[in-house]
Design a protein around this ligand. Structure first.
Ligand code: PEP
Length: 251
């Protein structure tokens, strides 16, 4: 049985005050979420603030939204895996569609980040998903397969044992348009079948999250689907109430 995971991607939002209050709100309601794993991914600079606000609690995991492929040195502005571990992170998002689209990250870049994340002791949350144009031209499966295969080519299928995949149709992110549960399930099933052809145990164990305008109102119908193991949440993770409602739906 896969343990559901609900991850909040705060993106470039928040400050010290809002971090303290959001973490407090989530910790206050966390006890009711008896089964699902809860993860928050603040902006880099707020990770230590969130860690302080968690005050040693380990029932809410910390993650980052990106990392650099280098360990240390002359890479101005970058953050490495070891720095994230040092700050208390267990997870790191790699290949978010905003990184791919705005910052030009290629499949190869994402695969390299996946590799250094694991080498540094972090569990990568690999984001994959098609644009609207790709969906409309029937390329959804080909795009998702290409993005996942790029990672497998670099690290090998066995490394998917300690990873999470988030299927995030680009057209659903931050738009209020959500894939229907059936549409999402179809892609999740495709991803699991693709991995099962390489390693059945890993495919069965791997958590595949849905992301894209998931909210308190639609979370339950999405997470109820067989191959949807939780959510990667953007906008709705910025309020404790909506984030916790999604956590409860995954529970
Ligand atoms: C995301 O950025 O990963 C995301 C799913 O955002 P939103 O929930 O706001 O669509």
């Amino acid at each position: 049985m896969r343990r559901p995971l609900v991850a909040g991607n705060w993106k470039m939002n928040g400050d010290t005050e809002s971090t303290i209050s959001l973490v407090k709100g989530i910790t206050d309601g966390r006890a009711e979420v008896t089964n699902a794993e809860v993860l928050i991914c603040p902006p880099y600079i707020l990770i230590p603030r969130a860690a302080d606000a968690l005050n040693g609690r380990d029932d809410i995991s910390l993650g980052a939204q990106d990392l650099d492929i280098n360990q240390n040195g002359a890479f101005t502005g970058q953050i490495s895996a070891s720095m994230l571990v040092d700050a208390g992170c267990k997870y790191v998002i790699v290949g978010h569609s905003e990184r791919r689209a705005i910052y030009g990250e290629s499949d190869q870049d994402v695969a390299d980040k996946f590799k250094v994340a694991q080498q540094g002791g972090l569990t990568p949350v690999l984001c994959v998903g098609e644009t609207l144009e790709e969906r409309e031209s029937g390329e959804t499966e080909a795009v998702v397969a290409r993005q996942i295969q790029a990672v497998i080519d670099v690290v090998g299928i066995n490394q998917l044992d300690d990873a999470v995949i988030a299927y995030e149709p680009v057209w659903a992110i931050g738009t209020g348009k959500t894939a229907t549960p059936e549409m999402a399930q179809e892609v999740h099933r495709f991803i699991r079948a693709m991995l099962a052809a390489l390693n059945g145990d890993i495919a069965e164990k791997l958590r595949i999250l849905y992301g894209g305008s998931m909210n308190a109102g639609n979370a339950e119908s999405l997470i109820r689907m067989t191959d949807i193991d939780g959510g990667l949440i953007g906008g709705a993770s910025l309020q404790a109430e909506s984030f916790l409602a999604i956590c409860m739906a995954a529970n």
